[in-house]
Design a protein around this ligand. Structure first.
Ligand SMILES: N=c1c2ncn([C@@H]3O[C@H](COP(=O)(O)OP(=O)(O)OP(=O)(O)O)[C@@H](O)[C@H]3O)c2ncn1[C@@H]1O[C@H](COP(=O)(O)O)[C@@H](O)[C@H]1O
Ligand SMILES: [Mg+2]
Ligand SMILES: [Zn+2]
Length: 126
């Protein structure tokens, strides 16, 4: 029986969040056993934030939650890909649809930012 190998990963595995409809990678964040189980039960994505040292449901503040459509793990069961229906305009807290809007071009990183919301409006409590 396949079991996710959290121990090998120091308790946290990468979760690649993919748009169910377009296949775009929306974000990458981390899950421990508890947040993976929450995600599987709840049908929304839950993560552990190392920076903020807390559990979070994506969209708890912005409303930009993610409905889980499909969950995959890889050959050695130490990463997950989660296909989601993204609610609201964007997954990234910058307002961009995806976190991956910075591209290596001609020897440097170039931002292709196209915010679909203003983070100052959406994240008011800070
Ligand atoms: N909303 C986001 C958010 N959306 C996407 N991401 C991406 O999720 C990844 C992990 O975020 P964290 O920094 O929380 O997690 P981490 O474990 O520190 O990971 P690293 O940054 O160290 O890689 C990063 O690649 C972020 O770009 C976000 N990271 C943080 N937030 C914050 O989460 C809070 C709640 O936001 P909502 O979930 O939209 O309500 C707000 O304070 C936001 O600023
Ligand atoms: Mg961080
Ligand atoms: Zn982001």
């Amino acid at each position: 029986m396949i079991k996710i190998d959290f121990d090998k990963m120091g308790g946290l595995i990468p979760a690649v969040i993919q748009d169910y409809e377009t296949g775009d990678v929306l974000m990458v964040a981390f899950m421990d056993e508890k947040t993976l189980n929450l995600t599987l039960k709840d049908g929304k994505t839950w993560f552990f934030s190392r920076t903020r040292n807390k559990y979070w449901m994506k969209g708890e503040e912005s409303g930009n939650t993610q409905d889980v459509m499909e969950v995959l793990t890889d050959c050695d069961a130490d990463t997950v890909v989660i296909k989601v229906k993204q609610n609201g305009p964007a997954a990234c807290h910058t307002g961009n649809r995806s976190c991956f809007y910075v591209k290596w071009e001609n020897g440097q990183w170039v931002e292709h930012s196209n915010p679909l919301f203003n983070p100052d409006d959406v994240y008011k409590k800070k």
